[in-house]
Ligand binder design. Structure first.
Ligand SMILES: [Zn+2]
Length: 245
């Protein structure tokens, strides 16, 4: 996929993002991705910005980039790379193939996988990580943003209705790891709702809609709608996609 396919997909799902210089061409090779591995990255007391710079550069024993995208504690997505990154390492082949086939269960996290008998996960999956001080705890905003970032990768890749079932937690892929410290079943369920547009937090404006009528309909306020959509005035147009919650 072209890196520029990701930006409209992120906007589609209302993700605020930061582009770190050089992200489009920072990688360890070209990716042929049919799966997405979800991680956390423990960066202690570093700010999200510094954590992103660190994961782009890597460490002395593991050259960066370590992931393509980091989800910050404030819910912003940090784009640091595009392509192969040193994120997954070796994993269980049966599990990886299950993710590639879009057959991960949407509503439950799978238990510990079998042996690490597969070495090409880095070349065949996107890597997204949530920034954390330790094993979580994540902010609610961050978990929601993670689901939206995953939905954006699914959309940009054109994975269709099986997209969320191509997401696999690092701890589901290899018994060496336990990240991310969230329930992958819940994350896949949420991403699936976004991918399938089952999410009622969005409204496409039709003739006759006004901010006042939408506020009534969705039990919210005009001020909230203005803030959620960065509206400078109360004028809205037919076909606009507005966030209503
Ligand atoms: Zn990991």
């Amino acid at each position: 996929m072209n890196p520029d396919a990701l930006l409209p997909a992120l906007r589609h799902f209302g993700v605020r993002h930061v582009e770190h210089a050089g992200w489009r061409t920072r990688n360890h090779g070209t990716l042929d991705a049919h799966a997405l591995v979800v991680h956390d990255t423990v960066t202690g007391s570093m700010s999200d910005e510094r954590a992103a710079a660190f994961c782009a550069a890597g460490r002395s024993d593991l050259a960066g980039p370590l992931y393509e995208c980091l989800v910050g504690r404030d819910g912003r997505a940090h784009l640091i790379a595009h392509g192969v990154t040193w994120q997954a390492g070796r994993g269980n082949g049966a599990r990886f193939r299950q993710a590639e086939a879009g057959r991960m269960p949407l509503d439950v996290e799978l238990g510990r996988p079998g042996p690490d008998d597969y070495g090409a996960a880095n070349q065949r999956s996107h890597g997204v990580a949530l920034i954390t001080y330790g094993a979580g705890p994540y902010t609610a905003e961050q978990v929601e943003a993670a689901a939206r970032v995953c939905a954006a990768y699914c959309r940009a890749e054109g994975w269709g209705e099986h997209g969320a079932a191509s997401m696999i937690g690092h701890g589901e892929l290899t018994a060496r790891k336990i990240d991310p410290a969230l329930d992958m079943g819940q994350l896949r369920t949420r991403t699936h709702a976004l991918v399938m547009d089952l999410d009622e937090t969005w409204h496409v404006v039709t003739a006759g809609d006004t901010l006042w009528s939408l506020a009534r309909r969705y039990s919210t306020t005009v001020d909230t709608l203005r803030r959620l959509n960065n509206l400078q005035s109360d004028v809205i147009g037919v076909g606009w996609r507005l966030r209503v919650r």
